[in-house]
Design a protein around this ligand. Structure first.
Ligand code: TXA
Ligand code: MG
Length: 433
């Protein structure tokens, strides 16, 4: 069954409520019948009554939302994404009141509670919530007996993950829907997460009815997931909030890294076996180089990689961060000066430049020309995180066969850890040359 997909602009609301509360802000928009308020109202209605999820912007990436209290609605997420359903989903709340209702289901009918932290909240989370909410941090909590959450949200675990997004649009949508929303990233399973409404449209058109377009997501990688129910507490997924920032909070000084990123030496490439799912993957093969790799070693490796006719790469993508030269040093100065051209693509500043790969033809040294699409993603972790998924998607649209990526050092405890975690999954392996 194919569904007509609409992208509905609501960008004006991404500026937020100013001094107003969410309720006051909504009252004002609704009474003025602004086009944006009508879009939010329609989205909220779909979320409450339909089993087709709605895509909406958050500060990290776009989410594919469903009413977290209804099984049939949550199942709609898995259908639309075509993703296996054994992965628990993150629940999004607009307020601490809503979190209170999740932790204490019987308090639902009670008079409006204050903005105090819920009683049942484990105290280890208090400093994190004070500091990072609303924002890109997901915490793991015990799922109470009589929980209002559909079992599909938690994959039947005894815990659930929850965050309060800082995106005013996301919070407004939750507020108007008046339900906690389960929302994974709104990409087709295995693809890079979407950071614009257009990315969502590309992946999910004809599978969902509505995409709220609030402009590009600021952070660009998903939330950091932390588990404070174990001792010591652990980071389960690096993300938008840096690990060093978390370490500054009381009780989190010795937080453990509960995720594994594999680094392989060159002899083990191209792909680490045994990965359960492909993730964040463009169509092209992604080759990630460790930040300590010597640029000359990278150049030689790429030459060798491209010489191998079995690999058959004709168009190549290059994503540079801190040290690599334009065209990886494989383009002549002449070509850079005279033949390099800007490429029309979903993101700005990709250039195309011919590169020469030395080969032997009938025993004689010769060279073969390939087209490189070169993109400088940025040098600081914040801009690298912001543009990463859009860059992978844009190179894919240019139909490159392979993407070489310059990794960044992730010892710094900042967003770079999240960037490298996603890149390792996209590449399957990281190389050090
Ligand atoms: O930034 C984000 O977090 C985005 C946006 C849309 O908010 N959402 C997102 O959701 O990434 P999702 O559902 O794809 O994240 C699921 C991940 C799981 O793979 C797991 O790492 C963690 O969240 N998670 C969720 N519930 C958990 C639980 N009960 N125990 C351990 N990990 C859990
Ligand atoms: Mg995802």
């Amino acid at each position: 069954m194919s569904i007509q997909t609409r992208v509905v602009p609501v960008q004006r609301l991404s500026q937020g409520p100013g001094d107003l509360s969410l309720a006051e802000w909504w009252e004002k928009e609704r009474s003025q019948k602004t086009p944006e308020s009508q879009a939010i109202e329609e989205a909220a209605k779909l979320l409450r009554s339909s089993d087709i999820p709605v895509a909406f912007p958050t500060e990290t990436v776009y989410g594919l939302g469903a009413d977290a209290t209804r099984s049939s609605s949550v199942q709609g997420i898995y259908r639309a994404k075509q993703r296996p359903s054994d992965n628990p989903l993150i629940v999004h709340v607009d307020s601490l009141d809503m979190l209170e209702r999740l932790l204490n289901p019987t308090s639902q009918g009670s008079p409006k509670s204050t903005r105090m932290l819920p009683m049942a909240l484990p105290s280890i989370y208090k400093p994190l919530i004070d500091r990072f909410w609303p924002g890109a941090l997901t915490i793991i909590l015990p799922n109470p007996s009589g929980s209002i959450l559909a079992p599909e949200v938690t994959s039947n675990l005894t815990t659930f993950g929850v965050r309060m997004p800082s995106s005013p649009l996301a919070r407004l949508l939750i507020h108007v829907t008046d339900r906690p929303l389960a929302a994974p990233s709104a990409n087709a399973s295995t693809k890079p997460s979407p950071t614009t409404a257009q990315h969502v449209y590309h992946d999910l058109k004809d599978r969902i009815e509505m995409i709220l377009d609030g402009g590009a997501s600021g952070v660009g990688v998903e939330s950091t997931v932390v588990d404070g129910l174990c001792d010591p507490p652990a980071i389960l997924r690096p993300g938008g909030v840096g690990i060093d920032e978390i370490r500054k909070c009381a009780g989190w000084e010795n937080v453990a890294l509960g995720y594994k990123d594999g680094t392989l030496d060159v002899k083990d490439v191209p792909r680490a076996p045994g990965m359960k799912y492909r993730h964040y993957s463009p169509k092209a093969r992604v080759v990630l180089f460790d930040s300590t790799s010597n640029p000359v070693g990278v150049m030689k490796h790429v030459q060798k990689d491209l010489k191998d006719t079995a690999i058959g790469a004709h168009k190549i993508g290059i994503i540079r961060t801190r040290n690599w030269q334009l065209g990886l040093g494989l383009a002549s100065e002449d070509d850079i000066a005279n033949t390099m051209t800007p490429v029309s693509s979903a993101i700005e500043n990709i250039v195309s430049v011919p590169i020469q790969i030395p080969v032997l033809e009938n025993g004689k040294p010769s060279s073969r020309t390939k087209i490189a699409y070169d993109y400088h993603l940025g040098s600081d972790a914040v801009s690298i995180a912001h543009g990463l998924f859009a860059a992978l998607r844009a190179l894919d649209e240019l139909n490159v066969d392979v993407i070489y990526v310059e990794g960044v050092s992730d010892c710094e405890g900042d967003l770079a850890a999240a960037v490298m975690n996603r890149l390792r999954k996209a590449a399957g392996a990281e190389m050090r040359v």
